[in-house]
Ligand binder design. Sequence first.
Ligand SMILES: [Zn+2]
Ligand SMILES: [Zn+2]
Length: 313
Amino acid sequence: MQLQFLGTGAGMPSKERNTSALALKLLEERGTVWLFDCGEATQHQILHTTIRPRKVEKIFITHLHGDHIFGLPGFLSSRSFLGGEDILTIYGPKGLKEWVTSSFNVSKTHLTYPIEYVEVQEGVVFEDEQFIVNAQLLEHVIPCYGYRVEQKPLQGELLIEKAKELGVPKGPLLGKLKNGEDITLEDGRTVYSRDVTAPPKKGFTITVLGDTKYCDSAIKLSENANIVVHEATFDHKTEHLAASYGHSTNVEAARVAKEANAGFLILNHISSRFLPHDLEDLLLEAKEIFPNSFIAHDFSHFEWKNSELLEDK
Ligand SMILES: [Zn+2]
Ligand SMILES: [Zn+2]
């Protein structure tokens, strides 16, 4: 799994930071990419990456503020121009479908692929054999959801040598054993899957929070997550503004990660009031509370490998 930040600014773009968008790259896991929010010009940002729009399978929208959705119609129609045919599912609060479809109606935009809209409510919004995604309302000035993506345990590898020793021939029986099925050999002996496979591996959990002030639901949604992506619109000097605007400080984000017993924290949604040389301070303040903290820049790329979060520099 890899993460690429496409926009890390708050409210409006600056020269350094575009508005919100994050790509969860599940290329190894399922050959697709999931986007979280789609601020204006997300498609332009994608042009500077290796992400292919037709690989985008799902878009999770946290809330309907412009800095999180104004890039949707453009991205969706370019995905069509670029030959996208696979269905795309958009998850978001009530009102999102109406906004997207009316912008397509007015502009006479026709897509080459179907869109499925899922109106998000608290609880499970998506589940298949690989992943389960939960949503929870946060505390912002309009309804805003955070998403918790959990990868289900991964099947243990097939121990081929052991299977051979037990007399399993090459071919489809090996596949059955790998998939957890017990099999019977021609001579009548049973070979149990658990005897020829390694124990299942734990999957990863990542929580992507939208705009929010410091709140219990952010902590609950982040509980024991490997990675928490949390907004940090303000810092301790501007703390008095944070809650009244429905936002958090870097310090509050770090407290959420700490109280939730998370593994790693990535700060995003940084106000344009902070200049590039302020960012190191923002990060250091967070690290005092939660040492495993990172601050995201546009195009920051992270890799989840062997239970570690590595930032590609
Ligand atoms: Zn925002
Ligand atoms: Zn907002």
